[in-house]
Design a protein around this ligand. Structure first.
Ligand code: UGY
Ligand code: MN
Length: 250
C-alpha cells in the first residue's frame, strides 16, 4: 500500500502468455469454502492458465475445504505456519514445507493450527486409460532431497510428487545459490504456476529480463521462453507447478 503522497508504480505484467504479479496490488477474494479467510487468486482460466492457483492466508482456528467432485484435484503447500488436513477421517499435520495432493474423489477439510500461508493449486485431473488414479499423497519438503540440476551443484531441484504415470502434475522446488541460474533459456509446452519463496533475481519471460523477489507469482503459459538468475544475497527458492505425463490434446 502506498501513502497518498507517493507515486503509484507496479512490476505487475499481464501478457498473453505470461504474467508477473508482486503481492502488493492483490485484493482478496472470498472463497465460499474458506469462510473469513484471505484468499488471493493468482491464476485462473481468465488469465489464460489451464489451472487455478490461490494464495490463502488463514488465521489460527480458521478452516477451509476442498470438496470431492470427481473432476478436480487439489494440491496444498504450507508456506508458513501449520495446518491439520483431514481426508477420509484421517488427520495429517502439515507444518511449514508440508504438502498434500488430494484426489478429485476425496473430501478434504483443513484447519489452521497457527496463522498460516498456503499455496493451493487446483486442476482437472486427466485420467489415463489402464492407469489407476492416485490416492491421497502427503509429504514434507524438508525430507525431499534436492537433486543437482543438470550438473550444477548450485541449482537444486526437489520433486515433491512422484514422477509416475498416475500423476498428471509436478510440484517442484528449485533452490539457486547466489549467482547460479538455469542452464539455458528453456521453452516447452508445459505451463508453470510459480510462487517465489525466498531471495530475489532476474526472470526471463518471453523476451525480457524482469526483477523478481519473494512473494512474487509468475504464470508461464505453454511455449513461453523462460530462464532465471539468482542475485542474492540469500539463495533463491521457488515452488512451481508443471503439467506432465500426458499426451498433448489435438
Ligand atoms: O521444470 C522446469 O520446466 C523448470 N526448469 N522451469 C523453470 O524453472 N522455469
Ligand atoms: Mn520450465
Amino acid at each position: 500500500m502506498r501513502s497518498q503522497d507517493q507515486l503509484l508504480h507496479s512490476r505487475a505484467r499481464v501478457r498473453p502468455r505470461y504474467a508477473l504479479f508482486p503481492l502488493e496490488g492483490y485484493p482478496c477474494s472470498r472463497l465460499p469454502d474458506w469462510p473469513g479467510v484471505e484468499a488471493r487468486v493468482l491464476a485462473s482460466p481468465a488469465l489464460g492458465a489451464a489451472f487455478v492457483q490461490y494464495l490463502i492466508d488463514v488465521k489460527r482456528g480458521q478452516a477451509g475445504a476442498a470438496r470431492a467432485d470427481g473432476r478436480v484435484e487439489t494440491f496444498f503447500f504450507v508456506v508458513s505456519g501449520g495446518v491439520e488436513l483431514t481426508v477420509a477421517g484421517v488427520t495429517h499435520l502439515l507444518q511449514e514445507g508440508g504438502y498434500a495432493l488430494v484426489p478429485p474423489t476425496a473430501d478434504c477439510a483443513i484447519t489452521a493450527s497457527a496463522d498460516s500461508r498456503l499455496i493451493v493449486l487446483r486442476k482437472a485431473y486427466e485420467p489415463l486409460a489402464g492407469v489407476t488414479p492416485p490416492g491421497l499423497y502427503v509429504g514434507d519438503a524438508s525430507k525431499v532431497a534436492g537433486e543437482i540440476y543438470m550438473g550444477d551443484a548450485g541449482a537444486r531441484l526437489q520433486t515433491l510428487i512422484p514422477d509416475e504415470l498416475p500423476y498428471d502434475l509436478a510440484m517442484n522446488i528449485f533452490t539457486f545459490e547466489t549467482g547460479h541460474s538455469l542452464p539455458y533459456v528453456e521453452t516447452h509446452v508445459m505451463e508453470h504456476g510459480l510462487w517465489f519463496l525466498q531471495g530475489k533475481g532476474l526472470y526471463y519471460l518471453d523476451d525480457t529480463w524482469m526483477e523478481v523477489e519473494r512473494d512474487d507469482f509468475i504464470w508461464m503459459g505453454p511455449f513461453v521462453p523462460q530462464s532465471f538468475y539468482a542475485t542474492g544475497p540469500v539463495a533463491s527458492k521457488y515452488i512451481y507447478y508443471k503439467n506432465v505425463n500426458r499426451e498433448i490434446p489435438v
